[in-house]
Design a protein around this ligand. Sequence first.
Ligand code: ADP
Ligand code: MG
Length: 297
Amino acid sequence: ATMPPLLSAIANAGRHGVLVKSAVAMERLGQVDAVALDKTGTLTEGTPRVTDVRPLPGRDLDEDELLSLAAAAEHPSEHPLARAVVAAAHERHLELPSAQDFASAPGVGVRALVDGRTVEVGAPARLLDDTDGDASPAATLAGELELSGRTAVLVVVDGASAGVLGIADRLRPDAAATVAALTTLTAAAPILLTGDNPRAAAHLAAEAGIEDVRAGLLPQDKTGAVKELEGAGRKVMVVGDGVNDAPALAAAHIGVAMGRAGSDLALETADAVIVRDELAAVPTTVALSRRARKLVV
Ligand code: ADP
Ligand code: MG
C-alpha cells in the first residue's frame, strides 16, 4: 500500500532531522503565513560565552568572587545564559558554593541563597528597578556592554547590585538563509521575539536580516504578540527553545522547538522538534508540508 501523503511527509521530515508529532501538525506547517523566531538558542547558537566579568566598585567582590556567586546561583538553571556563567566559572577553576532555595523566573533570571547571601542573576531591566536608577554604575555598565551587542546580566547580592557579566552569543550559520527562505515561502518577513535587551536584539536581528524586533518580552508578551497576529487572521509559526517560549509555542498555529539544547517544556509543548541542530530544516519542512497538502487536496 502507498503511504498517505502527510505520513510520507512526516517520514521525509524525519530524514531532514525534524520530528513532526502528528499529521495535523504536518498539515499545519504548510499553512503558515507568519513566522516568529526566538533569539537566544534559536536564531543564535545558544552556546553563549562570558566575555566580561565586571564587579562594581564598593562591593568588595573581585572578579572570581562575583563569578562564583553568580555561577552557584545559576547552577540549577537550564537557561543558555546560566550554562555560560557556570562554564566560565569552571574555566577559571572556581569552586562553586552550594545554593539553596533556587527559584527562576522565565525572561527575568534566577535567585538563590548562596553562603547565606541572597544572589539574583538576570536581566538588568528587570532587576535594576528596585535598587538603582538609570544613571547608576550598574545601569551604565550594562548599557555599554549591550551597545556592543552583548547580553548584560546583572548580579545582585543581598538586594544591591554587585556586578555585571557580559555574554556574547553567535548567530547560527544558517540563520540568514533560513530567514530569507521563510520570507519567500510565507510571503512575509519573520519577526524576532526576545526577552533580551533591545540593543543586543537589534544587533543580531540586523545580521540575520530581520527588521521587526520585539525585545524585552516576558513569556506572556511573546504569547500576546502571537495572539495579536492570529487575531489579524494570520497562521503563526513560533520557533523557540526555552521554557519562556512554551506559552507562545502552545498559542501558535504551529510551535517548533529547537531540540538539541531545548528545554523539556519547549520540546513537550511544540508540535514539531528540530532534532538535528539545523534551523534551515524549518523552511524545508514547510515546503514538504506544502507538497503533501497538494497531494491530499
Ligand atoms: P530569549 O527570549 O532571547 O530566548 P529569555 O527570555 O530566555 O531570552 O531571557 C531574557 C532575558 O532574561 C535574558 O536576556 C536575561 O537578561 C534574563 N534571563 C533569563 N534567564 C536568565 C538566567 N538563568 N540567567 C541570567 N539571565 C537570565
Ligand atoms: Mg531562547
